[in-house]
Design a protein around this ligand. Structure first.
Ligand SMILES: Cc1ncc(COP(=O)(O)O)c(C=O)c1O
Length: 715
């Protein structure tokens, strides 16, 4: 670490101004009366229009920037900036002091003079990103003159290549070939004699022919003009203007973006350029601190909402297998099986945006998008499942499935699995033992619970216990019959998620389905978590068990984050349900949702994501099994494809929920999101976006190994 930076960091820890000169500098700066137009002129020397800054949001979560693909496309960014600058005469998009920027943006626009491309580093707690931007960016048109705000002297000169890399030049460089741009550092003094520096990046290299090291400059002098974009340059040229009280190692290592945890220190070393310019548009917003966000949420949002992790995260962007917090830190997401084809997949985003711009209405009109989606979706099912109803959530799908089961059979008694979860509506809670048998639950009258078929710690143990578990389904049917009633149906996930990633033992589902069918009931496969190729060997997890349900409910993954779900059933079920009462659903099956759903299915196919789930899932599972050999606290590793889990127990198979909680929180600290579940909350669930790669799996295994090695995980 730079010696001065260490000094300032210690001062900050002691609660005093990190840079000793900061208080004096701030007092002096406040008395300076400069304007934006003192820094930036106009490209046209005869123009009488005064340049005025218009704020531009380039922060991690900026909706103005939009999708990562868009803002790293220089043509797109240039177009959007141009639109902004047309908003008023003389408008120049500007801003960015102490703004957190995202990794892809910084990879394009550079991080620091010595760290081009080196945005990520390993911190004390896993990977960290330089994301805090220290200067003000001025997105003025090429050719716009840039002036020095103070008398001073050139102390450093750099040339920048097309890739944004900077090379220090000692002498005037006569440029032979096309250079990207030039950068200068000027030294100045306050009235009291305190030295400070200003940094200008993005000037046309022509200025190097006039400005060399040690050359004096006069307040108001034109330093150069904003560089033009050269052929092959992948960035939009602009001026980066930064003030600094310290050259830090003579400037050769001077950064433009720094690590977020050094915010207070760098804010003192590099004060806000707007201290001089005093422009409202460039003023930093007050920012909302996490405590305020949390306090509002606790007071005004539903009181039963929960938050993940001891220290909650504020996530502002998603990309592929990663979520990014407001300070630009990426977290590898192993939890989110909703962002099935990757967070904010560009094709899915585009499909939704495109249809949204044209039409969104209900199913009472003919529309191609619903038919096309239905056709693509039904093609993934075995033949008997050939009718679809579109809804908006997994709960709504199961609610409808229950109505169907009742309509078909004329009965309302359901059989469901212990610790199962099927949704948040009244009827769904009544079949979710995870809820009604848990905290605040009150049991359910017409639901008959069969034991969780847990081959590891359940009533019967071992892979060949399927028939023993299935016998309980028969037993419940007999009980209902004995009470003089009939069975409406049996609902079961094909791998039980909330129960703790429980793979159904051999023969369980087939035997249970046979018993239910013989009793006249319908079988509902809840594929809300496990569907759409996630289990690798099959597109739908029920297919792993050689059964064909009467009704399949689909939710989370099919919309990749858009509220979209579906109920697929046989012709027989659909006909019995259509008893004359219209089924109307305001949003279900709307053209936007259908466009999104169809694109998700196409992306799964085009990108081979089911195959990726199979191969990467197998690789990860074998890595977890290796960890299990070294850390006996891992009692069981199970699951299929990218729907995996491992269970923490002691030597007597007692569940270790506290260790699981510790592990999830430590992994979060190390930049990996995991969740716990199961009756005893001792199972770590792994169900990442299906773009999860081997590299991601290696990262996960590496961090798990670190945490398993910690004292707190010992048994
Ligand atoms: C297996 C299962 N079914 C149904 C649901 C309900 O889906 P939603 O939350 O979309 O209503 C969930 C939600 O977690 C689920 O895990």
């Amino acid at each position: 670490m730079d010696e001065n930076l260490a000094h300032y960091s210690f001062r900050q820890a002691c609660g005093i101004a990190p840079h000793p000169g900061e208080p004096e500098f701030l007092l002096w700066a406040q008395k300076q009366n400069l304007r934006f137009s003192d820094l930036i002129g106009t490209a046209d020397p005869f123009s009488r229009i005064t340049p005025v800054p218009v704020p531009v949001d380039l922060s991690v979560g900026s909706a103005w920037l939009g999708h990562a693909r868009e803002f790293t496309d220089p043509n797109r960014l240039a177009f959007e900036l141009d639109c902004l600058s047309r908003q008023q005469k003389g408008a120049v998009p500007a801003g960015g002091y102490l703004e957190y920027r995202s990794e892809p943006f910084l990879k394009t626009y550079g991080a620091g003079m010595e760290t081009q491309g080196d945005i990520r580093a390993e911190g004390n707690n896993g990977p960290v990103c330089r994301s805090l931007h220290l200067g003000t960016d001025v997105w003025a048109k090429p050719g716009t003159p840039v002036h020095t705000l103070f008398d001073g002297r050139v102390v450093q000169v750099w040339t920048a290549g097309n890739d944004g890399s900077l090379t220090e030049t000692e002498t005037v460089t006569k440029t032979d070939g096309p250079l990207g741009s030039a950068a200068l550092m000027l030294a100045h003094q306050t009235l009291g004699g305190m030295a400070f520096f200003t940094l200008y990046l993005g000037l046309d290299p022509e200025c190097l022919n006039r400005l060399h090291k040690d050359r004096a400059v006069e307040k108001g002098e034109e330093l150069g003009v904003v560089a033009a974009r050269t052929a092959g340059e992948n960035r939009v040229p602009h001026l980066h203007f930064q003030v600094t009280l310290d050259r830090m190692g003579q400037g050769c290592t001077f950064p433009r973006v720094v690590f977020p945890d050094q915010r207070q220190v760098w804010r003192s070393i590099c004060p806000d350029p707007n201290l001089f310019l005093k422009n409202q548009s460039l003023a930093q917003g007050p920012g909302v601190d996490t405590d305020t966000v949390l306090a509002f949420r606790c007071r005004h949002l539903g009181k039963s909402l929960s938050l993940s992790y001891d220290t909650p995260l504020k996530i502002v962007r998603g990309s592929g297998a990663f979520l990014v917090d407001e300070a630009g830190r990426p977290y590898l997401d192993t939890v989110n099986n909703v962002a099935h084809v990757g967070h904010e997949h560009p094709r899915v985003v585009k499909a939704g945006q495109a249809q949204m711009a044209v039409l969104n209405t209900n199913t009472r009109y003919l529309h191609d998008s619903i038919n096309r989606f239905a056709e693509t979706l039904l093609a993934t099912f075995p033949k008997p499942l050939s009718v679809v109803h579109f809804v908006n959530s997994g709960s709504e799908a199961n609610e409808l499935a229950l109505r169907m089961a009742k309509a078909v059979t004329g009965h309302r008694d359901m059989i469901a699995v212990e610790v199962g979860y099927h949704g948040n509506t009244g009827a769904c809670i009544d079949i979710s033992s995870y809820k009604f048998d848990g905290k605040g639950g009150q049991g359910a009258v017409h639901t008959h619970i069969v034991p969780l078929p847990d081959a590891f710690r359940g009533l019967y143990r071992g892979a060949d216990t399927g028939l023993q578990y299935a016998a309980h389904v028969r037993e419940q049917i007999d009980r209902v019959h004995a009470a003089g009633r009939g069975i409406a149906g049996f609902i079961c996930e094909s791998i039980i998620s909330c129960g703790g990633q429980i793979e159904l033992p051999n023969g369980y589902l087939k035997t249970a389905y046979d018993a239910v069918h013989r009793a006249g009931g319908v079988c509902i496969a809840d594929e809300v978590q496990v569907g759409c190729g996630r289990v690798g060997h099959a597109f739908w997890a029920f297919e792993l068990h050689d059964v064909v349900p009467d009704i399949v409910t689909i939710g989370k993954p099919i919309g990749n984050g858009h509220p979209l779900a579906a109920v697929v059933c046989t012709q027989k079920v659909a006909e019995s349900f259509a008893n004359g009462m219209e089924y109307f659903n305001t949003f279900g099956g709307n053209p936007v949702s259908c466009s999104v759903g169809r694109e998700v299915l196409h992306v799964i196919a085009d990108e081979g994501l089911q195959e990726n789930a199979r191969t990467t899932g197998a690789y990860l599972k074998s890595g977890l099994k290796d960890l299990q050999k070294r850390f006996p606290v891992i009692g069981d590793v199970r699951g299929q494809g990218l729907f995996l889990g491992f269970e923490l127990v002691d030597e007597t198979l007692q569940p270790l929920g506290d260790r699981a909680g510790y592990l999830a929180n430590r992994m979060r600290d190390l930049g990996i999101l995991m969740s716990t579940d199961g009756r005893d909350h001792n199972v770590l669930k792994i169900k990442p976006p299906m773009v999860f790669s081997r590299t991601n799996a290696d990262e996960l295994l590496f961090r798990l190994e670190t945490v398993f090695g910690e004292d707190a995980m010992a048994v």
